[in-house]
Design a protein around this ligand. Structure first.
Ligand code: ZN
Length: 62
């Protein structure tokens, strides 16, 4: 079984983890309502995908 021969130092471990950061999701503009949305997803604002209405949008507001 492959196993690490030596334990890395705390410093080395922490330097590796220092490069681990979150990324902002890529957003594209909806061609129908111009709201920002995730690419290849149905638009949450107007419920369209590929210029076709696929969902009825129910407003979360009162
Ligand atoms: Zn839209």
């Amino acid at each position: 079984m492959a196993n690490p021969t030596h334990r890395h130092t705390r410093s080395r471990r922490d330097k590796r983890r220092a490069n681990w950061k979150g990324q902002n999701p890529t957003l594209v503009e909806c061609p129908e309502c111009k709201e920002m949305k995730l690419p290849h997803r149905v638009c949450a604002q107007c419920g369209t995908y590929d210029k076709k209405k696929v969902l009825e949008v129910v407003s979360k507001e009162l």
